[in-house]
Design a protein around this ligand. Structure first.
Ligand code: CMC
Length: 378
């Protein structure tokens, strides 16, 4: 035909090369800069994963200590950002507040060393350190609770739970949180990372790239799915003893509704992250008396497999994991952000090292050279 082929949703298009992650959608394999996600899930900490993504290698002991200290030193939010968080609409969506606050952070990072790589690293650390503080501060502020200042010690996971709850978390909660951060850190050319790289490619700054990426992650087809999954499970819970997750799922499918937390553009098999989250979800649901939520999740999973041959993605079991550690559903996508900022900033660094403007084309399907009609005659 005379028309060029349009690849809707850029399905299968390879637009960049990267050393940050590899996804094999047939095997269900995920690699971050050389390391299999299963190994990282078992052995790494989130801070080690950040270093890995930013440097393409694991840190030695002193490099890791240095990074942890830098993250700790950057945890405090600038006063006007705190002021914004305290005074904005308490009913605002947490992801919208996070997007605005991250955008504001750039107003306080005006020093430019002239060395782009050095500045990028500094900005990546600043955002990774401050995003948890923004999320916790907004959640407390909207509940009328006192905002908790960050600790001068402890991991990103530990400090976040402390700022959110106002008390120091136990080992198990910290470990769960840390593992969630590891599992969400990086995932190829997903919509938000593509957005971040596109913004980077105009030679714009990292704060702009991350702000744009947050906007992309917020949507329910991307990171927003984890909140949607929890809302679905809570809908079932309202049905009480008569709740039937199999019938519920079938009915939604009959109505041509999408089941959130299922399906993926790249994985045509079980998402390896979902494998870890499913194990955690089972254990935590039992420990916290949310067995029903887990059972329904399993029922939904089996129904989706039988009816559509579609597997769960990262967002399906992360929902019950967060819920079990006491996090409110509308914060789930913020937690995804807290982790994925590491991947976005890694891609920003990579793109700026070997940049070319991202500028695809659109096929014009409108009319051409119409005759002009004066306004009074239209
Ligand atoms: N529920 C019901 N049907 C589905 C689902 C689902 N969750 N996902 C895909 N399908 C069907 C889809 O309707 C289509 O059927 P048909 O060929 O009959 O029209 C077929 O499977 C192929 O799907 P697609 O729409 O071509 O897939 P896509 O690659 O364009 O979209 C997706 C991928 C993730 C947007 C989609 O699977 C979806 O909307 N899932 C629900 C939202 C979700 O969980 N998003 C999180 C994605 S993973 C991590 C993240 O980004 O946060």
């Amino acid at each position: 035909s005379e028309y060029p082929h349009i690849n809707r949703g850029l399905d299968g298009i390879v637009a960049f090369s990267t050393t940050k992650s590899s996804i094999d959608g047939q095997k269900g394999e995920l690699i971050y800069s050389g390391y299999n996600i299963d190994v990282l899930a078992e052995k790494a900490t989130f801070e080690e994963v950040c270093f890995l993504l930013w440097n393409d290698r694991l840190p030695n002991k002193s490099e890791l200590d240095e990074l942890k200290n830098e993250l700790i030193s950057q945890r405090n939010l600038p006063k006007p950002v705190l002021e914004y968080i305290k005074t904005t609409n308490k009913n605002a969506e947490p992801m919208a507040v996070l997007r605005t606050a991250v955008s504001m952070l750039s107003d306080f990072e005006t020093e430019n060393s002239g060395d782009k790589a050095k500045d990028s690293r500094k900005h990546a650390i600043a955002m990774t350190a401050q995003i948890p503080a923004i999320i916790a501060a907004f959640d407390r502020s909207r509940k009328g609770k006192k905002i908790v200042s960050p600790l001068k010690e402890g991991s990103t996971a530990y400090n976040f739970l402390y700022m959110l709850n106002g008390e120091k978390p136990g080992d198990a909660a910290e470990k769960t949180m840390d593992l969630c951060l590891i599992l969400h850190a990086e995932h190829g050319m997903n919509a938000s990372t593509f957005t971040a790289r596109t913004i980077c490619a105009t030679e714009s700054d990292m704060f702009s790239a991350v702000t744009g990426a947050i906007g992309a992650l917020k949507g329910p087809l991307h990171g927003g799915a984890n909140t949607a999954v929890m809302n679905t499970l809570l809908e079932l819970e309202k049905e009480g003893d008569s709740a039937d997750a199999v019938a519920f799922t079938k009915k939604k499918l009959e109505n041509k509704e999408k089941i959130m937390g299922f399906g993926h553009r790249v994985y045509k098999t079980f998402d390896p992250r979902a494998f870890h989250l499913r194990k955690m979800s089972k254990k935590l649901s039992e420990e916290t008396g949310h067995e029903k939520l887990y059972e329904w999740s399993e029922d939904m999973m089996k129904t989706m497999k039988d009816e559509k041959d579609i597997d769960p993605n990262v967002d399906f079991f992360s929902a019950t994991v967060y819920y079990s550690i006491g996090i409110q559903p509308d914060l789930f996508t913020c937690i995804f952000t807290m982790s994925r900022v590491s991947g976005w900033s890694a891609h920003y660094i990579e793109q700026s090292e070997n940049n070319r403007l991202v500028r695809p084309r659109a096929l014009y399907i409108g009319e051409k050279n119409l005759e002009w009609t004066p306004v009074e005659k239209r």
